[in-house]
Ligand binder design. Sequence first.
Ligand code: FEO
Length: 171
Amino acid sequence: MISEKMVKAINDQINAEMYSAYLYLAMKAYFESQNLLGFANWMDVQTKEEMVHAMKFYGFINARNGRVQLGAIEKPPFEWASPLAVFEAVYKHEQIVTDLINKLVDLAQGEKDHATVSFLKWFVDEQVEEESNDVAVIQKLKLVQNAPGGMFMLDNELAQRVFTPPAVPVQ
Ligand code: FEO
């Protein structure tokens, strides 16, 4: 039996993941406005991944016989100073998400809710990958320092990122 407190915390996490998707969609639009379509592709993939995260939490609440409750999604920013500023904002945001996931684990462990602890392990690992991906792009952006040739190559590289749908559909 999952506690009401745990269900509430996971519902809040659905909102955080939906906001992440919304934030990255806004960043995709920013890059499209700059005609940096490889960067925009990276954000497109990230947006879809965040939707998968949200739906994993959604499906888990249902599987535990809890009630999904959706809240309002905050408006994301509209403008950034540079591509580097965008990715620094991504990294900062993901560190906040990592903290949220860790707090969910703390709560589940405190309640001896082993099913939720087990479910959350995927997200703990995912956050390591997400932060690492962000840092990799930040380091490259610092390396090229807006030089047109470097930005062109990096845009081409980010165009290669592909969204891989989950093997088992989330619901
Ligand atoms: Fe769903 Fe980017 O963490």
